[in-house]
Design a protein around this ligand. Structure first.
Ligand code: ASP
Length: 311
């Protein structure tokens, strides 16, 4: 297993063998999970803290499940119940976590860079569970695993990432991962929601859904992140759906065997039509959640191997 770091803060900077090894390990956990067997002692005696400064359903619960399946003691700390609300700074929080001898720290924060800052102050291995508009590395891993299971490879696939690219850490991590693994990535959305850095990241930019979806193997929809928008970047939800929402008519431009993804939470009727989200053969949204647990088990496993042994 080749993983070069103590933490997982971003996909940017990882090389193809690091990503491929993580995906292979995650695949073995996916099979183990399906067989109903668990690996209960790998993280025995280890403490995993889920520190969430922003809401989450899927990510927090899947890290919790992943940690428990590997035998860790798992503690969930959310902002509403922590001293951060009482004015404690991020760095004071770090000293508290050190005093608790936390081994693995999963952090979600509204500010880009917060997990990286924490990683410099805590003894634990830190996993970024989403920071501002920066990255969400385990989401990109689970997306890649889901794609690989359906298409058998990542290299050469045409992947269209659609909607609110500018505010999406999911899009950013996916652009890094998929271009690193040789996919042909397109981003599709209105000019106000495409970040200036897109061209630098080696992706093709489209403002028209039909053109952007033409011949795509994978159609990845994103949530409109209104909480991160500072003004009216989209006219209205109805207008957005008309031009950029995924419905059967737009999907018909992608390959007939293309798969449809969404990281959740979904705004049905805004980014995606319910009939497509629930489509029995094209939608792989449920499988993304399943692969999330497997990928997080793989990440915890790999980072725990590098921790000093418990005394
Ligand atoms: N759950 C993902 C994230 O935390 C996507 C989203 O919120 O739209 O970034």
């Amino acid at each position: 297993m080749t993983y070069p770091r103590k933490h997982l803060l971003a996909i940017e900077g990882l090389e193809p063998p690091h990503i491929a090894d993580l995906l292979d390990l995650a695949e073995s956990y996916a099979l183990l999970n399906r067989s109903g067997k668990t690996q209960r002692d790998l993280l025995k005696g280890r403490t995993l803290i889920n520190l969430f400064f922003e809401d989450s359903t899927r990510t927090r619960t899947s890290f919790e499940l992943a940690g428990k399946r590997l035998g860790a003691d798992v503690i969930n700390m959310s902002v509403s119940t922590s001293s951060v609300n009482k004015g404690e700074t991020l760095l004071d929080t770090a000293s508290t976590l050190n005093a608790m001898h936390c081994d693995l720290l999963v952090v979600r924060h509204g500010q880009s860079g917060a997990p990286s800052l924490l990683s410099q102050k805590v003894d634990a291995a830190v996993i970024n569970a989403g920071d501002g508009t920066h990255e969400h590395p385990t989401q990109a891993l689970l997306d890649a695993l889901t794609i690989r299971r359906h298409k058998g490879r990542l290299e050469g696939l045409v992947v269209a990432i659609c909607g609110d690219i500018a505010h999406s850490r999911v899009a950013r991590s996916n652009m890094h991962l998929l271009t690193t693994m040789g996919s042909r990535v397109r981003v599709v959305g209105p000019p106000t929601l495409i970040p200036a850095e897109a061209a630098r990241l080696g992706v093709e930019v489209f403002h028209d859904m039909k053109a952007g979806l033409a011949g795509a193997d994978v159609v990845m929809m994103l949530r409109l992140q209104r909480e991160r928008m500072s003004g009216g970047m989209v006219p209205s939800a109805r207008e957005f759906f008309r031009f950029y929402g995924l419905d059967a008519e737009k999907l018909a431009h992608a390959k007939p065997d293309s798969i449809v993804m969404h990281p959740g939470p979904m705004n049905r009727g805004v980014e995606i039509d319910s009939a497509i989200a629930d489509h029995p053969t094209r939608s792989v949204i449920g499988e993304q959640v399943e692969m999330g647990v497997a990928c997080r088990m793989a990440v915890l496993d790999v980072l725990a191997r590098q921790l000093p042994r418990n005394s």
